[in-house]
Design a binder for this molecule. Structure first.
Ligand SMILES: Nc1ncnc2c1ncn2[C@@H]1O[C@H](COP(=O)(O)OP(=O)(O)OP(=O)(O)O)[C@@H](O)[C@H]1O
Ligand SMILES: [Mg+2]
Length: 312
């Protein structure tokens, strides 16, 4: 429970609940690795910078990683001009070089981002990256480097990205769906781009582990348990939520229910908790029980349509 909860208005509580986040071991590891990439041009001298690929299902928390990292690197005004340490852009669907340059120019603040030929735009982008002292580039939706009709990797944009890294020596952090991993492979002839991405992570839902008692007694495991890291995550979230009474989110039985109602996917967990936290905590219990019930009935092949499942 956070301090001064009873003095907050409902609007304030909703706003806090929507922004609350908690770190977990992989979250921290990824932030540390992004930091290493960010630092790599200073450490590696003339060598190419280190880059990072983060893949994960929808709602796994990729964009949240960016938001958390970027908080420490705001745009600032100096005597020499505006400094933009980090830029973030979403790769448009069916990526083209022109579309990619455009979103990057827009992200850096060029009002004429659409103007000029692709070569002019690329030159302008290089100039702006240098003038604005950009240190790190985040590119989201990397799976758009795969053509969805033919399932082929779009070579033009891969080559353009490789040249951007070589020419500017700015580290790149790529985010995308799991299939993005296929882009950076030898089979796809992408060794030149691939070997710059030394750091790779996959954000998956909290995985089930073997139950503690069975692990300790060395019996061959037959059942699985909710991971301790999931309960820790819930406990940190609860400590930051603007609740007027304790909700015991991390208590074993409620944590189990939340896990089964959400498949351990952070996005689903947070949707459920935020709804509960901004309304009535008791409703959270009821909702979780209903969702779990539905999840179980679905597993047993019984159809239901009374409450929509969060995993849809
Ligand atoms: N560490 C965290 N603590 C609390 N909430 C989190 C955390 N990570 C993610 N979330 C929440 O989960 C939801 C989904 O996260 P996010 O948008 O980062 O996922 P994503 O992987 O970028 O999804 P998509 O692929 O659909 O863009 C958001 O509401 C976000 O606030
Ligand atoms: Mg996202």
């Amino acid at each position: 429970m956070s301090d001064n909860t009873e003095h907050r208005t409902k609007r304030e509580r909703i706003s806090i609940a929507n922004q609350v986040y908690a770190s977990y071991p992989l979250f921290k590891q990824i932030l540390d690795d992004i930091d290493s990439c960010h630092d790599s041009p200073n450490i590696k001298g003339d060598d190419d910078p280190d880059c990072l690929l983060l893949t994960g299902t929808t709602g796994a928390g990729k964009t949240t990683i960016y938001k958390t990292y970027a908080q420490n690197y705001p745009i600032r005004e100096t005597e020499e001009g505006i400094v933009v340490p980090i830029i973030y852009a979403k790769i448009p669907a069916a990526a083209t070089v022109k579309g990619l340059v455009k979103v990057l120019l827009k992200a850096i603040g060029d009002p004429l981002y659409s103007k000029g030929t692709t070569i002019d735009q690329t030159d302008r982008l290089y100039g702006l990256l240098n003038n604005c002292q950009v240190e790190l580039i985040f590119l989201d939706e990397f799976h758009h480097f795969i053509d969805s009709d033919s399932n082929k990797v779009l070579k033009n944009v891969c080559n353009w990205l490789k040249t951007l890294i070589l020419e500017t020596r700015i580290p790149i952090v790529l985010f995308g769906k799991e299939e993005s991993q296929n882009i950076l492979t030898v089979e796809n002839d992408n060794l030149h781009l691939s070997r710059r991405f030394n750091y790779r992570h996959s954000l998956v839902p909290f995985p089930l582990t073997e139950s503690k008692a069975e692990a300790e007694s060395k019996i061959e495991s037959k059942t699985v348990a909710i991971p301790e890291s999931f309960r820790k995550f819930l406990s940190v979230i609860e400590s930051k939520l603007p609740l007027s009474m304790k909700s015991d989110l991390a208590e074993e039985s409620l944590a189990d229910r939340i896990y089964y109602a959400t498949d351990g996917t952070i996005g689903h967990v947070m949707t459920l908790i935020r709804k509960g936290a901004t309304g009535n905590v008791l409703n959270l219990w009821k909702e979780v029980s209903e969702k779990q019930d539905i999840a179980e009935r679905k597993k047993n092949g019984i159809r239901t349509c009374s409450v929509p499942s969060l995993s849809k």
